[in-house]
Unconditional design. Structure first.
Length: 381
C-alpha cells in the first residue's frame, strides 16, 4: 500500500508539472499557436524561404542547389518553466513563420526570436540584424513588406516597426492594442500601410511616419494579410467575416459571413475574389459587392494557407494536404494531387510550379496543370 501511495504521489506531481508547463507555454503563445511555416519569395531564378529550424534558405531553381544562412537563435532563460523558447541553457534555434521579402539585392526575414535580419541575396551574408546581439523583441510571426526604402513589420509586442532597409535603424514605431501576427500590405498610390491586430482592428498607417489615418474595428482578431484592389482593402477576421473597406476613409463597403475564421489572404483572379476559410470552404465573390458568384467550393478540411495563381488557375491546399485547382474561366474545381501532409503555410508559384511548405523538412513541388509531383527539396540543415 505504501508503494502504491508513493506511485500516486509521483503521478500527481508529474501531472502538476505538466499542467504548469502547458500553462506557461500557453501564456507565451497567448492561448493560440502560430499556424503554418514560411512561404517562398522568388527573384532572379532563386527561391527564398524560411525553415522551421530558423534558417533563411536560398534555392537555385535551375539546379536546386541550396544556400543556408546562419539560423535565428535565442539564449534560453529560466529553463522549461521560464517561458523560454528552448529547454537548454545555451543558444536555441527558433522557427521562421513569416515569408521573406526581397528588395533589390537584399532579402529580409524575421524570426520567432524577435529579430529581423537583412541578407545579401547572392550569398546570404548578413548585412544587419535588428535588434543586434542578444537583444530580442517579442516573437515575429508575420512577414514584412518593403516600400520607399523602409521595411514594415508587426510584432507580438503589439507594435508596428519601420526600419531603414539599408542600415536596419529604427525609424518609427506605432503601438496597437494587442499583438500582431499578420503580414502588412502597402497601397503605393495612397502611401498607406494596412495591418491587422489581435485587438480586432485593421489599421491604415501613413508610410512616411506611421501616423494613423484610420482604423476599422471588427468583433474578432485579424491575422489575415490584407489584399488591396481597386480602392478597397479586403481582409478576414476571427469573427467569421470577410471585410471590404474603402481605402480612402475606412468605411465599410461590404462584409461576407463564413462558417469559421478567415485566416488566409484572399486573392482576386479574372474579376472574382476567392477567399479560403477554416470552415473548409473557398468562397467565390464579386469583389465590388461581396455577392457570391458561384457555389462555395468544399475542400473537405480547413484551409489556412494562402493560394497561388498559375495562369488562369488558382491553387489551394487543404490542411490535410489535398491540392485543388479552380479554373477561373470555367469556375470548375478539381483535385491536383493528394499529398497526405499537413499544409498551413502560404503557397508559392513560379514558372508554372507550385511550391508547398508543409509541417516538416521538405518543400513539395507540384505542376497544377499536369498534376505531376516533382521531387521534394529538403530544407533540413
Amino acid at each position: 500500500m505504501k508503494f502504491k501511495g508513493k506511485k500516486l504521489v509521483l503521478l500527481v506531481s508529474l501531472l502538476v508539472v505538466i499542467t504548469i508547463t502547458l500553462g506557461v507555454l500557453a501564456g507565451c503563445a497567448g492561448g493560440i499557436t502560430p499556424v503554418g511555416w514560411s512561404g517562398g519569395a522568388v527573384a532572379n531564378g532563386f527561391l527564398y524561404i524560411g525553415s522551421n529550424q530558423g534558417r533563411l534558405t536560398s534555392i537555385n531553381l535551375s539546379d536546386n542547389s541550396i544556400l543556408r544562412a546562419e539560423p535565428f537563435r535565442i539564449q534560453a532563460q529560466g529553463g522549461l518553466l521560464g517561458c523560454s523558447l528552448g529547454c537548454n541553457s545555451g543558444p536555441t534555434s527558433v522557427p521562421i513563420y513569416g515569408t521573406p521579402v526581397i528588395s533589390g539585392d537584399t532579402v529580409y526575414v524575421a524570426g520567432y526570436n524577435g529579430q529581423i535580419a537583412a541578407y545579401r541575396s547572392d550569398n546570404l551574408a548578413q548585412r544587419w540584424i535588428y535588434p543586434s546581439g542578444t537583444t530580442y523583441l517579442q516573437p515575429f510571426v508575420g512577414g514584412a513588406v518593403v516600400f520607399d526604402n523602409k521595411l514594415f513589420i508587426g510584432g507580438s509586442d503589439d507594435s508596428v516597426y519601420a526600419l531603414d532597409t539599408q542600415t536596419g535603424a529604427l525609424l518609427k514605431k506605432f503601438k496597437t492594442g494587442d499583438r500582431i501576427w499578420g503580414t502588412p500590405t502597402v497601397d503605393a498610390a495612397s502611401k498607406t500601410l494596412f495591418i491587422g491586430s489581435y485587438d480586432k482592428k485593421l489599421y491604415a498607417l501613413n508610410t512616411d511616419d506611421l501616423t494613423l489615418k484610420w482604423s476599422y474595428t471588427t468583433t474578432g482578431s485579424i491575422i489575415s494579410t490584407p489584399l488591396v484592389n481597386n480602392g478597397l482593402v479586403y481582409f478576414g477576421s476571427f469573427d467569421k467575416n470577410l471585410y471590404a473597406v474603402k481605402i480612402t476613409d475606412g468605411t465599410l463597403a461590404w462584409k461576407f459571413s463564413g462558417g469559421n475564421w478567415f485566416w488566409a489572404k484572399p486573392e482576386i483572379l479574372n474579376g472574382v475574389l476567392y477567399a479560403a476559410c477554416l470552415d473548409h470552404f473557398v468562397y467565390a465573390l464579386d469583389p465590388t459587392t461581396g455577392a457570391a458568384v458561384h457555389d462555395a467550393y468544399d475542400l473537405k478540411s480547413a484551409v489556412a494557407s494562402a493560394p497561388a495563381i498559375v495562369d488562369n488557375l488558382i491553387v489551394f491546399a487543404s490542411r490535410d494536404g489535398v491540392i485543388y485547382k479552380i479554373d477561373s474561366t470555367t469556375q470548375e474545381i478539381s483535385v491536383v494531387i493528394e499529398l497526405n501532409i499537413e499544409v498551413d503555410g502560404p503557397l508559392t508559384a513560379h514558372d508554372g510550379i507550385v511550391y508547398i511548405h508543409p509541417q516538416g523538412i521538405l518543400l513539395e513541388r507540384v505542376n497544377p496543370v499536369t498534376g505531376a509531383q516533382l521531387p521534394a527539396i529538403s530544407l533540413q540543415s
